[in-house]
Design a protein around this ligand. Structure first.
Ligand code: ZN
Ligand code: ZN
Length: 417
């Protein structure tokens, strides 16, 4: 526990308070009378306290926080009996699903040490993740179906900062990560709320253009990549703020730079190479190369973490198919920072990406009214996982393919054409 260590003093308290205010007023747009469920690493307690204060000022009826801790997580891997790894806190997730069913908002603080499980048995990690995914499904569905307003923000946890800046003393690493989070989250400006309004307007313009074009596929070309991603029937592009089924317009991800939609689960062909390492549950999966046939990954390699990648692909049938395709210009502030965050929330917003697994039902026209069967019929994928990995760079070109086969430049050398 490092609540009073110099590391936390390296975090600018004024900017941290602005981040908390943005999380409540932009990320969640919390409404008077709403309950709020927070999950957080215990190292992020200073941010939880500020968010809780802003939430009550905004009229929250009740704020409940559930903490995780690296040492106690590792104690399970060291000492728990084997059968522990097929268990999950289903009772807690059932309670969360019940809260979301009663219109509670959801806020997750990310900031865990990305290498926390790196030295643990991959088979146990995979079993624990699978048990957790199954138990979490009823709650996750309410989030991924966008029933309620939700948000993720990050806190510069010292263990994460040391992973990113291993050569710096801890307090310097934390200060660097804190500043990177504040810049990417647009809270280091005079009026963050106004900056977010302008950013949301820009993202809305990009998605409107793509929605008007109604491409049937996107064609990615670049080093090690020649990939055609068919888009789902009736797909809809989203980016920035968007409206949950409870009527609240929120910004689920802070930061966010992407516009994204649903690929067709059966219509992805060709090969693609990752352009940044994927940090997955403590393993760095590097130089991923996969080949798709009929939407399904039929070959997969990686120079590092290949065993973990193959376990991920074997989670279920949908784990080998795509649930998201997203466009991010190479000049995005996160990409321009030039650092790898080892955290998908940041790294996916540095680059165009695709996600294995579950699709977002909101990425369909009238998505809120479609049944699971209709979403499947239109090409939407379903899976216990949703894992984003980066395929964009300054060397990747993207064409939009119209239903008649005509091509329209979408991105050239990583920038909007
Ligand atoms: Zn994405
Ligand atoms: Zn994603």
């Amino acid at each position: 526990m490092t609540f009073h260590s110099p590391a936390h003093q390296a975090v600018d308290p004024v900017k941290l308070d602005k981040l908390a205010e943005v999380a409540v007023k932009v990320g969640l747009r919390l409404e008077r009378g709403q309950e709020l469920v927070i999950t957080s690493p215990i190292a992020a307690l200073p941010l939880v306290r500020l968010i809780t204060r802003h939430a009550y000022i905004a009229g929250a009826a009740l704020v409940s926080t559930f903490y995780s801790d690296e040492e106690t997580t590792l104690a399970r891997y060291r000492y728990a009996p084997d059968e522990s790894f097929d268990r999950a806190t289903d009772w807690l997730y059932d309670g969360m699903a019940k809260a979301y069913g009663k219109n509670a908002a959801r806020l997750a603080i990310s900031g865990d040490n990305p290498m926390m499980l790196a030295a643990q048995d991959p088979a146990k990690v995979a079993r624990a993740n699978k048990a957790n995914s199954i138990a979490y499904k009823p709650a996750l569905e309410k989030i991924s179906n966008f029933d309620i307003n939700w948000n993720i923000v990050s806190y510069p946890n010292p263990a994460w900062a040391k992973q990113m800046f291993p050569d710096d003393p801890e307090h310097v690493a934390v200060e660097k990560l804190a500043n990177a989070i504040f810049t990417a989250s647009r809270v280091d400006v005079e009026d963050p709320i106004a900056a977010w309004a302008e950013h949301n307007a820009n993202l809305a313009r990009r998605s409107s253009w793509l929605n008007a074009e109604r491409f049937s596929a996107l064609h990615f070309t670049g080093p090690g990549t020649d990939l055609t991603v068919g888009l789902a029937d009736g797909h809809e592009w989203h980016g920035g703020a968007s409206t949950a089924k409870n009527g609240i317009t929120c910004n689920p991800n802070i930061p966010t730079e992407e516009v994204f939609t649903t690929p067709h689960a059966l219509r992805v062909e060709g090969h693609v190479s990752s352009t940044k390492p994927l940090s997955h549950q403590g393993t760095l999966i590097d130089n991923i190369q996969v080949r798709f046939e009929g939407g399904r990954i039929v070959e997969a390699k990686a120079t590092n973490g290949e065993e973990v990648l193959k376990k991920v692909l074997d989670t279920d049938e949908g784990a080998r198919r795509l649930g998201e395709v997203a466009l991010v210009p190479h000049s995005s502030p996160i990409s321009a920072s030039g650092v790898l965050f080892y955290n998908t929330l940041f790294d996916e917003n540095a680059s165009c990406h695709i996600a294995l697994g579950q699709c977002y039902s909101k990425c369909f026209l009238d998505g809120a009214s479609l049944s699971q069967e209709q979403i499947k019929a239109q090409g939407g994928n379903s899976s216990l996982i949703h894992i984003d990995w980066m395929i964009g760079s300054g060397e990747v070109d993207i064409d939009g393919v119209r239903p008649d086969g005509a091509r329209v430049p979408v991105m050239r050398k990583g920038e909007w054409a």
